[in-house]
Design a protein around this ligand. Sequence first.
Ligand code: ADP
Ligand code: MG
Length: 436
Amino acid sequence: MWPVNTEKTPKLLHMTNQDWEIALTQANPTDLLPQRVGAIPYSIQAPLTLIDSLPIASDSRICIVVDSSGKYFSLPLLLRNGRVKRAEPGEGLAQAISDFPIGIHYLGNFTLSVKNQKNVSGERSMGVDQTEESIVVGEEIVVKYFSQVTDSTFTSLPKIEALDNAHLPFIPKSFLNLEWRDSGSHFLLAQASAYIPGAVDGWTWAIQDVQEFLDGHQTLDQAAQCGVVLGEILAGMHLAFTACSSSIATDFDVAQWVELSLRDLDLAGSDHNETINLYRSKIESILASAHLDSPQRLSFTHGDLHVGQFLRTPEGKYFVIDFDGNPVADPSEAPNRQPLLQDLSSLIQSIDHVARVVDKRRNYSRAQDLQKWITSTQRLLMSTYKGLCDQDVDSQLMKIFQIQQECREFIYAQKHLPVWRYVPEAAMAALMKENE
Ligand code: ADP
Ligand code: MG
């Protein structure tokens, strides 16, 4: 099925390239992106032009296309009866990629690096709404396709490598990476790691814990224990990152953090955002007073850390996933010079977000109990992290990142998920109240 021999690739490409090119110009590009449920997909403009492609079978390819605005996309596609469509779970494309033997495979301008392999069969959708699509292969492997073509340096790859070297029990085993090479740079197109059976993410398990606390099935202490686990995992992950790369922030870095936060503040406030309007001057004065009181470490970071990135199995084992970075952040910053404090801050804010979701579900009738859970869980997370990680936690500097995180939640709601807006509205208000 696969063009294992690199020399065959151009021939196979040549044979049907024109059919693919024509079909792509005629396609509705949005149909070729991961389909969203109640969320807004990436913006992509017709017509599409084929730049390169990796044949998988006679009718399927990973295509690199450029849209009319000049943006590059990577799409797993099928060509049938002169029309292109996105490859669906069950049509074998993800499985064909996972079937490749361990080793590095050079396929034209594409490189498939296989670290682990399992002979399994069957494909299904992950069954969750995602910006990028993940396919479960044989209930053992998750293949995640990236539509946006990003330089590998700014993707999950260097982070996963650092974590792999540390053999951490809470990182799913890595299987393979598919990259595309252009003008000397590499771009990540797909990544596969172990599927964790029966696991649910924090938007399910943390919400369940809180609901059980509200219903009297868990004590506050029990429901807040996840703070300890999250703190332990975050410390373990940061120690593995700093073992690979570590530096200390300067005043220049602080100025840059403030500048980026101000940029996010402007974006968050760009659509008549009442919350931002109300707190803008206060936020600006908090940001203006930011300074270094203690050494702050820079390294790789998870980059998009929230409870939804922590899977919990029915046996109570936890895993961290999704090192692709924040969907609304600028991916051009040095990936190994990120403030560790940012991961801590975004995770702390997501504890607040869990409670906001439950608050809405309970018609805002249990605000006091929910505040108790937020405070206890955040305290446990912070103290566990501080105890294990040799990192000074400066709460004044943390504010920069907590505010920035709430701005990013607003931007995410604007760009992808309008129904999410009530969460940063409540969380930003709470953050500003703390500062009174
Ligand atoms: P996104 O970039 O859309 O956040 P993720 O990679 O975080 O995508 O995956 C989305 C969801 O898919 C997760 O929250 C989880 O429910 C499920 N998932 C992802 N990876 C795994 C895995 N390795 N094992 C089990 N479930 C997973
Ligand atoms: Mg995720």
